[in-house]
Structures are given as C-alpha cells and as structure tokens.
Write a protein that binds this ligand. Structure first.
Ligand code: TYM
Length: 332
C-alpha cells in the first residue's frame, strides 16, 4: 500500500534578542510536537530582524543562538529542515515578486506595522512596511498545509493567504493556501508586569518577561513578582488578567485544565500559586537550557547543520520560485 505523504508545516522565528516564554508556549513547543507527524521546515528569520536597527556583532550572535536553541528544544535536523532564512536567496526574490501583487492599502492596515512604526518613529523604513510580504514568501515557497504561530501573527498569515489566492487566481495553481495553527492555550502569553500587554522581549521592564534561557533564580523571582489582583482566588475571571495569564502558562506547561488548577489551589493564596507556576516553568525549561549550553559551544557542528539545512530548503524553495517566475513571464 502506498504511504500517504505527510502534511507540510513551516514556521520561522526572529533572532531578535532573547527568546521568551511567549515564543516557547505560543510557537516553539508546537513545532516540537509537530515534528513527528509532519514534514517540517523551520527557519531563523534573520532578514526580518533588520526592519529595526541591529548591532552587527550582536545580530550575528543572536542568529547562532536562535539556531542553537531550535536544536536544544529537540528539533532534529534529520527529521526537519532547519535553516537560516538569509541563506536561501529565494526568500528575498519571491518577496519582490509578491510585493507587486500586494496593495499599499493592505499593508497599511497591519497592526504590527502600526505598533512598530509608533515605537521606532525615527526609523519607519520600507522593510518594516513590507515585512508581511517577506513573511508570505517564507511561507509560500514551502507549500505548507499548516503554519504554527502565536495569535499575534494571525493577521500576517491572513495576508499571506490573500496574496497566494490572488496570485493563483491570475496564474493557476502555484501556491498552497496555508492554514494557521494557533494553540488553544499559550497563543498569547502576557507580560507578567502588565498582563494586558503581550509578553515581549523588547519590553524594558525585565521582570515582565521570562527568557527561555533564564536561570531558575531569575524565573522564580519574576513569577513571585507577577502582578495579580486583590481577590485571592485562583480562577479565570473577566478582570483577572494577571491570574488568567498565570493559569494559561501553568496549563500550557502541565497540561492541566483551568478547572483542575482552580481545584488544586482552592483555599491557597496567590503566593503558593505563583511559586508553583515558577517551579513548573523552571522544570520545563531546564533541559532546554542545559542542552543549549552544550550546543552553542560547538560552532563548527552548528555551521555544518545550518549549511545542510539551507541546502535542503534551497532545493524546495527554488522549485516554487521558478514556477512562479515562469508563470509571470520571466525567461529562465
Ligand atoms: P516572532 O519572532 O516575533 O515570534 C516567534 C513566534 O512566537 C510567537 N510569540 C508568542 N506567542 C504567544 N505569546 C507571546 N507573548 C508571543 N510572542 C511571540 C509568535 O506568534 C511567533 O509564532 N514574523 C514572525 C516570524 C516569521 C514567520 C515567518 C512566522 C517570519 N516569517 C513565516 C511564521 C511563518 C515573527 O516576528 O515572530
């Protein structure tokens, strides 16, 4: 009997600074869960990182570090394609093509552009504006069925689908229309200090976010200081943003439901609950940090892996790019 081909998955992550618990629960943990069942391609989106100004030496370090972290998570280069976006030129090439099939009005509506251009008012560059087109190229080159991301990337994914549908509408069946894969729990991990805002590594308040590579003491301190409310009951509530967020984190890490968590902490204070969440996160992240420390030391091994990964990615990406270019009328 013929084996049914595995469905395809693609996702990317920016190498901007330390990756957070939000990146982990919203995206990376699912990447790992999908690795066995699907044909997966994952990349470090370094081209996206320069839409805000980066210091060269630091950027280089962060690219290495993010790639090493993907391996430390348990992503296996034998099973999945793991590469660095800028090593596969087809990403930039397809982005140019697609930008000619994307409307100015569509890009101006992107909420992340509005947020980021307000935050970096002195550097509202064209790359920041057209960033979702590059992301569409990342996705469409690999014809994935699913794209696992956190909730903040949903709008970008919708635009990728719109662009693909438009292109297919003109030229026939070139791109696969991908579905977002957004986890039920963990899709929007919030700041520990202002739980109405997304947890983000660019937050200046260092107590507001947990890095995947934070040491246990720092993780515990951050959870102990997490903002809650005055009700002192561990349960989901409309105005209980801080507790809702901690329940979400605890649930994503332990697999317990919100009801089970409420029952577990019945009659106990927030202090006990925050300690339990901190400890669960420490234990979840501990093996990743330990593996990371070993992997990052061996630059030669890393280099061999990302070069091989790029070769595998290149093969797939080139085929899609050529097909799209031929359809448009380029001479190949
Ligand atoms: P980036 O690098 O900001 O984030 C990587 C992934 O982490 C998720 N995420 C979160 N999830 C839950 N709670 C949070 N607080 C949180 N913060 C971040 C993001 O949703 C994302 O899934 N544009 C993308 C990178 C990218 C990409 C792609 C993704 C480039 N090309 C193609 C998918 C497909 C970005 O900036 O993610």
């Amino acid at each position: 009997m013929e084996m049914e081909a595995k469905k395809k998955v693609l996702s990317c992550i920016q190498p901007s600074g330390m990756l957070t618990l939000g990146n982990y629960l919203g995206a990376l943990k699912n990447w790992l869960n999908m690795q066995e069942e699907f044909d997966c391609t994952f990349a470090v989106a370094d081209l996206h990182a320069i839409t805000v100004r980066q210091e060269p030496a630091k950027l280089r370090q962060q690219i290495y570090s993010t790639y090493a972290l993907m391996l430390a998570l348990g992503l296996d280069p034998e099973k999945s394609t793991l590469f660095i976006q800028s090593h596969v030129a087809a990403h930039s090439q397809l982005a140019w093509l697609l930008s000619c099939y994307t409307q100015f009005g569509e890009m101006s509506r992107m909420t992340q552009f509005k947020d980021k251009s307000a935050k970096h008012a002195d550097n509202v560059n064209v790359g920041l504006f057209s960033y979702p087109v590059l992301m569409a190229a990342d996705i469409l080159l690999y014809k994935p069925d699913f794209v696992p991301v956190g909730a903040d990337q949903k709008q970008h994914l919708e635009i990728a689908r719109d662009i693909a549908e438009r292109f297919n509408g003109i030229y026939g069946d070139v791109f696969t229309i991908p579905d977002p894969y957004i986890p039920k729990i963990g899709a929007r991990v919030m700041s520990l200090q202002d739980p109405t805002k997304k947890m983000s590594k660019s937050d200046e308040n260092l107590n507001s976010w947990v890095a995947i590579l934070d040491n246990p003491d720092d993780i515990m301190r951050k959870f102990k200081r997490a903002v809650t409310d005055s009700e002192a009951r561990v349960c989901i509530g409309e105005e209980k943003h801080g507790i809702n967020n901690l329940i979400g984190i605890y649930s994503a890490v332990t697999g317990k439901t919100a009801e089970q968590i409420t029952a577990e902490f019945e009659g106990k204070g927030y202090g006990d609950f925050k300690l339990a969440v901190g400890e669960a996160v420490v234990e979840e992240l501990r093996p990743i940090r330990e593996r990371y420390e070993a992997i990052i030391k061996d630059k030669a091994a890393l280099e061999e892996l990302y070069r091989n990964g790029a070769q595998k990615a290149e093969y797939v990406a080139r085929k899609t790019l050529s097909k799209a270019m031929k359809k448009v009328g380029f001479v190949l």
